[in-house]
Design a protein around this ligand. Sequence first.
Ligand SMILES: [Zn+2]
Length: 235
Amino acid sequence: MEKHLPSLHFEFYDNQLMSPLTVVNNGHTVNIDLPRSALVPQITGGLMWEKFEPKSIHFHWGSPNSKGSEHTINNERYDAEIHIVHKNVRYFDLSVGEASKFPDGLAVLALMIQAVPVSKRTDNPLFKIFDVLPQIIPNQSNATIKGEFSLQQFLDQVENKDFYTYKGSLTTPMCAESVTWTVFKDVVHFPQKEMSKLWSLRDSRGRPLINNYRKSQNINYRDVYFKHAPVYRGP
Ligand SMILES: [Zn+2]
Protein backbone atom coordinates (compact mmCIF):
# COMPACT_ATOMS: atom_id res chain seq x y z
CA MET A 1 0.00 0.00 0.00
CA GLU A 2 1.45 3.35 -0.94
CA LYS A 3 0.23 6.45 0.77
CA HIS A 4 1.38 10.03 1.00
CA LEU A 5 3.57 9.71 4.02
CA PRO A 6 6.00 12.40 5.10
CA SER A 7 9.63 11.69 4.18
CA LEU A 8 12.01 10.65 6.92
CA HIS A 9 13.78 13.55 8.52
CA PHE A 10 16.99 13.01 10.45
CA GLU A 11 18.59 15.54 12.77
CA PHE A 12 22.16 15.26 14.00
CA TYR A 13 22.41 11.72 12.68
CA ASP A 14 25.84 12.49 11.29
CA ASN A 15 27.24 13.46 14.69
CA GLN A 16 29.75 10.99 16.08
CA LEU A 17 28.12 8.95 18.86
CA MET A 18 29.49 9.68 22.32
CA SER A 19 32.37 7.36 23.07
CA PRO A 20 33.26 5.07 24.64
CA LEU A 21 30.51 2.81 23.33
CA THR A 22 30.11 -0.53 25.08
CA VAL A 23 28.97 -3.66 23.26
CA VAL A 24 27.23 -6.21 25.48
CA ASN A 25 26.33 -9.86 24.97
CA ASN A 26 23.20 -9.93 27.15
CA GLY A 27 22.42 -13.58 26.40
CA HIS A 28 19.72 -12.65 23.86
CA THR A 29 21.50 -10.31 21.49
CA VAL A 30 24.44 -7.99 20.99
CA ASN A 31 23.36 -4.63 22.37
CA ILE A 32 24.87 -1.13 22.40
CA ASP A 33 23.26 1.48 24.62
CA LEU A 34 23.68 4.95 23.15
CA PRO A 35 24.76 7.59 25.67
CA ARG A 36 22.91 10.90 25.44
CA SER A 37 24.98 13.67 23.88
CA ALA A 38 24.40 17.42 23.94
CA LEU A 39 23.08 17.44 20.37
CA VAL A 40 20.57 14.59 20.52
CA PRO A 41 19.96 12.90 17.16
CA GLN A 42 16.27 12.73 16.34
CA ILE A 43 14.11 11.19 13.67
CA THR A 44 10.61 11.95 12.47
CA GLY A 45 8.49 11.35 9.36
CA GLY A 46 6.95 8.21 7.87
CA LEU A 47 4.38 7.01 10.41
CA MET A 48 6.29 8.76 13.20
CA TRP A 49 4.17 11.80 14.03
CA GLU A 50 6.52 12.98 16.74
CA LYS A 51 10.26 13.08 17.24
CA PHE A 52 12.13 10.01 18.43
CA GLU A 53 15.64 9.80 19.80
CA PRO A 54 17.94 6.78 19.39
CA LYS A 55 18.56 4.79 22.58
CA SER A 56 20.19 1.53 21.55
CA ILE A 57 21.28 -0.74 18.71
CA HIS A 58 20.93 -4.53 18.64
CA PHE A 59 20.95 -7.39 16.16
CA HIS A 60 19.02 -10.50 15.15
CA TRP A 61 20.72 -13.30 13.27
CA GLY A 62 20.50 -16.93 12.20
CA SER A 63 23.04 -19.73 12.26
CA PRO A 64 25.50 -21.33 9.82
CA ASN A 65 22.47 -23.06 8.27
CA SER A 66 19.74 -20.47 8.54
CA LYS A 67 19.03 -16.84 7.89
CA GLY A 68 17.98 -14.69 10.80
CA SER A 69 16.36 -11.40 9.88
CA GLU A 70 13.05 -10.77 11.65
CA HIS A 71 11.36 -9.09 8.73
CA THR A 72 10.92 -10.68 5.36
CA ILE A 73 10.66 -8.47 2.28
CA ASN A 74 8.60 -10.05 -0.50
CA ASN A 75 8.98 -13.35 1.39
CA GLU A 76 12.75 -13.12 1.40
CA ARG A 77 14.52 -13.50 4.74
CA TYR A 78 17.96 -11.93 5.04
CA ASP A 79 20.99 -13.12 6.99
CA ALA A 80 20.65 -10.67 9.85
CA GLU A 81 18.90 -7.50 10.90
CA ILE A 82 19.98 -4.30 12.67
CA HIS A 83 17.50 -2.59 14.99
CA ILE A 84 18.06 1.00 16.06
CA VAL A 85 15.60 1.50 18.92
CA HIS A 86 14.24 5.01 19.42
CA LYS A 87 12.07 6.48 22.17
CA ASN A 88 9.47 9.20 21.68
CA VAL A 89 10.98 12.45 23.04
CA ARG A 90 7.60 13.08 24.71
CA TYR A 91 8.58 10.39 27.22
CA PHE A 92 11.97 11.99 28.03
CA ASP A 93 11.56 11.19 31.72
CA LEU A 94 10.70 7.52 31.17
CA SER A 95 12.93 4.54 30.45
CA VAL A 96 12.58 2.65 27.16
CA GLY A 97 10.74 -0.11 29.08
CA GLU A 98 8.30 2.37 30.57
CA ALA A 99 7.77 4.16 27.25
CA SER A 100 6.96 0.79 25.64
CA LYS A 101 3.67 0.81 27.59
CA PHE A 102 2.42 3.59 25.31
CA PRO A 103 1.29 2.95 21.72
CA ASP A 104 3.47 5.81 20.49
CA GLY A 105 6.36 5.06 22.85
CA LEU A 106 8.97 3.57 20.54
CA ALA A 107 10.17 3.61 16.96
CA VAL A 108 12.61 1.12 15.47
CA LEU A 109 14.65 1.57 12.30
CA ALA A 110 15.41 -1.81 10.76
CA LEU A 111 18.15 -2.57 8.25
CA MET A 112 18.62 -5.99 6.65
CA ILE A 113 22.12 -7.46 6.38
CA GLN A 114 23.11 -9.71 3.51
CA ALA A 115 26.34 -11.69 3.86
CA VAL A 116 28.73 -11.37 0.92
CA PRO A 117 31.88 -13.37 0.11
CA VAL A 118 34.23 -10.38 -0.21
CA SER A 119 35.90 -9.27 2.99
CA LYS A 120 37.16 -5.84 2.03
CA ARG A 121 36.98 -3.43 4.94
CA THR A 122 34.87 -0.30 4.35
CA ASP A 123 33.61 2.58 6.48
CA ASN A 124 30.59 0.46 7.45
CA PRO A 125 30.41 0.93 11.26
CA LEU A 126 29.47 -2.75 11.60
CA PHE A 127 33.18 -3.53 11.25
CA LYS A 128 33.99 -1.64 14.46
CA ILE A 129 31.24 -3.48 16.33
CA PHE A 130 32.14 -6.90 14.94
CA ASP A 131 35.84 -6.32 15.76
CA VAL A 132 35.01 -6.80 19.46
CA LEU A 133 32.59 -9.75 19.14
CA PRO A 134 35.39 -12.26 19.92
CA GLN A 135 35.76 -10.45 23.29
CA ILE A 136 32.10 -10.93 24.28
CA ILE A 137 31.58 -14.63 23.67
CA PRO A 138 30.31 -15.44 27.20
CA ASN A 139 26.86 -14.29 28.29
CA GLN A 140 26.92 -10.92 30.13
CA SER A 141 30.34 -9.93 28.84
CA ASN A 142 31.13 -6.58 27.31
CA ALA A 143 33.82 -4.75 25.36
CA THR A 144 34.57 -1.20 24.30
CA ILE A 145 34.44 -0.20 20.64
CA LYS A 146 37.61 1.36 19.27
CA GLY A 147 37.03 4.50 17.26
CA GLU A 148 33.86 6.43 16.59
CA PHE A 149 30.96 6.29 14.19
CA SER A 150 27.68 8.05 13.55
CA LEU A 151 24.21 6.61 13.01
CA GLN A 152 24.25 8.20 9.59
CA GLN A 153 27.03 5.78 8.63
CA PHE A 154 24.59 2.87 9.08
CA LEU A 155 22.05 4.55 6.82
CA ASP A 156 24.76 5.31 4.26
CA GLN A 157 25.15 1.54 3.76
CA VAL A 158 21.85 1.38 1.91
CA GLU A 159 21.78 3.02 -1.48
CA ASN A 160 18.15 3.96 -1.74
CA LYS A 161 16.05 5.01 1.18
CA ASP A 162 12.74 3.42 0.18
CA PHE A 163 11.09 2.03 3.27
CA TYR A 164 8.15 0.06 4.59
CA THR A 165 6.45 1.26 7.72
CA TYR A 166 3.74 -0.06 10.04
CA LYS A 167 2.58 0.07 13.60
CA GLY A 168 3.59 -3.10 15.39
CA SER A 169 5.11 -4.59 18.47
CA LEU A 170 8.46 -5.29 20.01
CA THR A 171 9.78 -8.67 18.95
CA THR A 172 11.13 -9.55 22.37
CA PRO A 173 9.02 -10.85 25.30
CA MET A 174 6.07 -8.68 26.29
CA CYS A 175 5.92 -7.74 22.60
CA ALA A 176 4.33 -4.46 23.63
CA GLU A 177 2.21 -2.88 20.88
CA SER A 178 4.27 0.25 21.03
CA VAL A 179 6.55 0.29 18.02
CA THR A 180 6.41 2.29 14.81
CA TRP A 181 8.54 0.17 12.48
CA THR A 182 10.51 1.66 9.60
CA VAL A 183 12.15 -1.05 7.50
CA PHE A 184 14.53 -0.05 4.70
CA LYS A 185 14.03 -1.94 1.46
CA ASP A 186 17.67 -1.77 0.38
CA VAL A 187 20.02 -4.13 2.22
CA VAL A 188 23.43 -3.73 3.86
CA HIS A 189 26.15 -5.97 2.46
CA PHE A 190 28.61 -7.31 5.02
CA PRO A 191 31.32 -9.99 4.76
CA GLN A 192 30.34 -13.57 5.55
CA LYS A 193 33.59 -13.92 7.51
CA GLU A 194 32.51 -11.14 9.88
CA MET A 195 28.94 -12.45 10.17
CA SER A 196 30.19 -15.84 11.29
CA LYS A 197 31.54 -14.21 14.49
CA LEU A 198 27.94 -13.97 15.71
CA TRP A 199 27.58 -17.74 15.81
CA SER A 200 30.39 -18.09 18.37
CA LEU A 201 28.53 -16.06 20.99
CA ARG A 202 26.99 -17.95 23.93
CA ASP A 203 23.69 -17.55 25.77
CA SER A 204 23.05 -17.81 29.53
CA ARG A 205 23.18 -21.62 29.42
CA GLY A 206 26.45 -21.61 27.49
CA ARG A 207 24.76 -22.70 24.29
CA PRO A 208 25.38 -21.00 20.93
CA LEU A 209 23.43 -17.74 20.74
CA ILE A 210 21.85 -18.30 17.33
CA ASN A 211 18.48 -17.83 15.62
CA ASN A 212 17.48 -15.01 17.97
CA TYR A 213 14.71 -13.81 15.69
CA ARG A 214 10.99 -14.04 16.20
CA LYS A 215 9.01 -16.11 13.73
CA SER A 216 6.98 -14.11 11.22
CA GLN A 217 3.64 -13.03 12.63
CA ASN A 218 0.27 -12.81 11.00
CA ILE A 219 -0.29 -9.38 9.63
CA ASN A 220 -3.51 -9.10 11.71
CA TYR A 221 -5.08 -6.63 9.32
CA ARG A 222 -2.29 -4.13 9.93
CA ASP A 223 -1.61 -1.64 7.19
CA VAL A 224 1.94 -1.81 5.88
CA TYR A 225 2.94 1.26 3.88
CA PHE A 226 5.66 1.65 1.31
CA LYS A 227 7.35 4.99 0.77
CA HIS A 228 9.50 5.81 -2.22
CA ALA A 229 11.07 9.11 -1.35
CA PRO A 230 14.28 11.01 -0.91
CA VAL A 231 15.49 11.45 2.64
CA TYR A 232 15.94 14.97 3.93
CA ARG A 233 18.69 15.53 6.41
CA GLY A 234 18.61 18.32 8.90
CA PRO A 235 18.91 20.64 10.48
ZN1 LIG B 1 15.09 -6.33 17.73
